[in-house]
Design a protein around this ligand. Structure first.
Ligand code: NAG
Ligand code: NAG
Ligand code: ZN
Length: 235
């Protein structure tokens, strides 16, 4: 598995300095672009398209293959499908993937490969951002289990929680000093930390309804955090 990836990596780096990036593959059949799901290389028709392992590059002609539309963020980022994610590993994987597919490396290649590299790069960025932040990671994980949180679910929240949010918004609106802002910020951070721990436990126990409830709360606090960030920007 790793052999394939490092193979692809060394292909990119290996080709770079020798100036053969734009070379035509030797066994080049007519390019056929039907369907991104084809297990065959779009360029040479060889086997080993996007469905084989990481399969970013054709093992025969080394052409960049289209993204696999059925692959989820966890699989792309080499993470277990779990709320607990090793963010250091995630970062390394992100850098590794960008070294493979970043559009800068394809400026001398065909238009098709340039388009694919843009698509890969966008997907990799999306996957990285989604899995990095606990809230978006949790929401994504829920979605993979078929559960989504619709907008405007205020009426489902308990009164006590809504009062708490109102209080904190009020505190923020009234905050005139930097110290007052910092205090509100640390309250929000502590809440988010606690909710992150709690949602992690809920996912571990496979309690998706509980996870949904906690993530909804996280959304509220995360909105307050955004407001704090905006307020910090000097006008
Ligand atoms: C993924 O889960 C397996 C089995 O639970 C574990 O052995 C492995 O270390 C995990 N991998 C990562 C990257 O956390
Ligand atoms: C987190 O879970 C604990 C134990 O269930 C609970 O007492 C606490 O209120 C929860 N925290 C938040 C912010 O909901
Ligand atoms: Zn090929």
């Amino acid at each position: 598995m790793w052999g394939g990836r490092t193979g692809a990596l060394s292909r990119v780096w290996g080709l770079w300095p020798t100036g053969v990036l734009g070379r035509k593959p030797l066994s080049c059949n007519a390019a056929s672009l039907e369907g991104n799901n084809s297990p065959h290389c779009w360029n040479c028709g060889g086997p080993g398209g996007p469905l084989r392992g990481d399969g970013f590059f054709c093992p025969q002609c080394s052409a960049l293959q289209p993204p696999d539309p059925t692959r989820d963020h966890f699989s792309l980022m080499d993470c277990n499908r779990s709320f607990r994610v090793d963010t250091v590993k995630l970062q390394h994987r992100y850098q590794q993937l960008q070294r493979l597919v970043h559009p800068d490396f394809f400026s001398q290649r065909s238009q098709t490969e340039r388009d694919f590299s843009e698509k890969h790069s966008t997907l990799v960025n999306d996957a990285y951002k989604t899995l990095l932040a606990p809230l978006s990671r949790g929401l994504y994980l829920l979605k993979l289990h078929g559960i989504e949180i619709p907008e405007g679910t205020d009426y489902e929240m308990d009164r006590q929680f809504l009062m708490e949010i109102m209080d904190i918004n009020e505190k923020l609106a009234e905050a005139q000093s930097e110290a007052a802002m910092k205090e509100t910020e640390s309250i929000v951070r502590a809440k988010l930390k606690e909710l992150t721990d709690n949602v992690s436990r809920a996912f571990e126990q496979g309690d998706f309804e509980k996870a949904k409830e906690i993530l909804t709360k996280m959304k509220y606090f995360s909105n307050v955090e955004e407001k704090i960030k905006l307020k910090k920007i000097p006008l």
